[in-house]
Design a protein around this ligand. Sequence first.
Ligand SMILES: O=C(O)c1ccccc1NCC(=O)[C@H](O)[C@H](O)COP(=O)(O)O
Length: 261
Amino acid sequence: MNILDKIVFDKRKEVELRKALIPKSQLEASVLFNRPTHSLSKALRTSSSGIIAEHKRRSPSKAEINYNLNVQDVAVGYENAGVCGMSVLTDGKYFGGSLDDLLIARSSCQLPLLRKEFIIDEYQILEAKAYGADVILLIAAILTRDDIKSLSEFAKSLQLDVLLEVHNEEELHKSIMPSLDMLGVNNRDLKTFNVSLETSKLLSNLIPDEFVKVSESGISSIEAIKELQPFGYKGFLIGENFMKTDNPGKSATQFINNINS
Ligand SMILES: O=C(O)c1ccccc1NCC(=O)[C@H](O)[C@H](O)COP(=O)(O)O
């Protein structure tokens, strides 16, 4: 079983337990559930940097990245740096994250927040809304076209933006539909962990113009951003490069200042 299959296998069991613990009606009745959301795709269209900065303690490809930070400091630091949005990993087992991280980020900043999760069930979208997310991620590698359609339409009905992630042409072709806002190309192969910016370049002209293009993973330099911009990318999801430092907000500030100089 590859790592992605293993994550999804574990996630199915986790979601069933979560559903038994907190009924949907309780999520729908929560304070944050009916708040207005902030659109990440709209913010990216007009942003000069397009940085979506991630909170990520560990990952299957890197093991530990940073356990010495608190989410509030990271969120405030990213907001002060002028990032366009923040991604919060909520998977516990493989990334050391939680829904509480999302809630703390929500209470700490006004940025559009992406729930970075392996979403396979509508219940997780209700959780995303109840814990303060503005955007959900759908990963084409773990979903059928029918799943992508029903989950994205459900997210849109809750005024959430949808970022659909692909890694190859086949995933892209099966996924394109009007209920998506952003198409993300993951430069990391989630089965082998190989990273190459060429993936974003190769797939860019296959993404229709109505979707905001986001390049994800393995971005660690201004040169990478400058290389990807001519291919139409407006969003750049960066995790480890900021999170491996003592002060991710400061790293993001320096990064953004260099993009704009
Ligand atoms: O990061 C991993 O090792 C990973 C492994 C398996 C599934 C997903 C994984 N990462 C999720 C992400 O997409 C990244 O956290 C995100 O794009 C930021 O990447 P990076 O800047 O390289 O930390």
